[in-house]
Design a binder for this molecule. Structure first.
Ligand SMILES: Nc1ncnc2c1ncn2[C@@H]1O[C@H](COP(=O)(O)OP(=O)(O)OP(=O)(O)O)[C@@H](O)[C@H]1O
Ligand SMILES: [Mg+2]
Length: 236
């Protein structure tokens, strides 16, 4: 079997003072695979993404990303590993409002030499990489680059967040409900752009959404309840 991009075994996680939220015997994500993950609100999807990104630590079990066991890394090394290899589109976009669009997109390259050098190799410079990604995502206007992120519409901010996740070709792109603010047409267009960029970079895409209509576009569909043996709360 080839090396998985993500390989998780016997993972258990609870928030302090709360019962076990995630109890996952095994899970794999293959290189280049696109996976649609769904589950009721509060069932632990964002928490799982945080564990995969090394933001939260598991109580027990193993999480390997690119063959690296995350718990073997100290917190500084784990942060570096995450920014080198993972691009996140957060449920709330988390753009830095006071930075320009360009500065937001280029941010991962300030924290990761690897991503800066990949962006440079592919596009000539980090700046050019940011511009090209934004243009591919439908944000071509050069004036827009220097605008503060918080002066953009929600749909535009979403695409800036996607460009930031994709810059420097991380092997894993994690998207946590990135389309909830878009109408149906814009949603599918956004996903097709995300797919095209991930395909180009050879990245795997782990995409969380409640929107079942998007599921057929992905290589694989999964409910968190199929993975998780812990009791999940009812949908609210
Ligand atoms: N920082 C935290 N501290 C304590 N409990 C938390 C924390 N973050 C989330 N939780 C709890 O963990 C459970 C799962 O939350 P999570 O955000 O992972 O759900 P989700 O599946 O992403 O939901 P949604 O679809 O609404 O985004 C919830 O009961 C939530 O209250
Ligand atoms: Mg969530």
């Amino acid at each position: 079997m080839t090396q998985a991009l993500i390989e998780l075994a016997n993972l258990s996680f609870s928030w302090p003072g709360h019962p076990v939220l995630l109890d996952i015997p095994s899970f794999r994500l293959e290189p280049g695979e696109t996976l649609f993950l769904k589950g009721p609100s509060g069932s632990g999807k964002t928490t799982l993404l945080g564990l995969l990104g090394g933001v939260q630590k598991a109580n027990s079990g193993t999480i390997r990303l690119l063959g690296q066991e995350l718990s073997e890394l100290g917190s500084g090394a784990r942060d570096r590993f995450r920014v080198d290899h993972t691009g996140y589109i957060f449920q709330q976009f988390n753009l830095l409002p006071f930075l320009s669009v360009r500065e937001n997109v280029e941010l991962p390259c300030h924290f990761s030499k690897l991503r800066a050098s990949r962006a440079q190799q592919r596009h000539g410079s980090v700046d050019k990489a940011a511009q090209t990604l934004l243009a591919h995502l439908g944000l071509k206007d050069p004036n827009l680059l220097e605008r503060r992120a918080d002066s953009l519409s929600i749909g535009q901010q979403q695409r800036v967040a996607a460009a930031r996740a994709l810059i420097g070709q991380p092997e894993l792109v994690i998207a946590d409900e990135p389309t909830s603010a878009l109408d149906a047409d814009a949603r599918e267009a956004f996903i097709q752009l995300l797919f095209a960029e991930c395909r180009d970079a050879g990245a795997s895409l782990l995409f969380v959404s409640h929107d079942q209509s998007l599921a057929p576009l992905f290589d694989r569909n999964l409910s968190l309840s199929e993975l998780n043996r812990a009791a999940t709360p009812a949908e609210v």
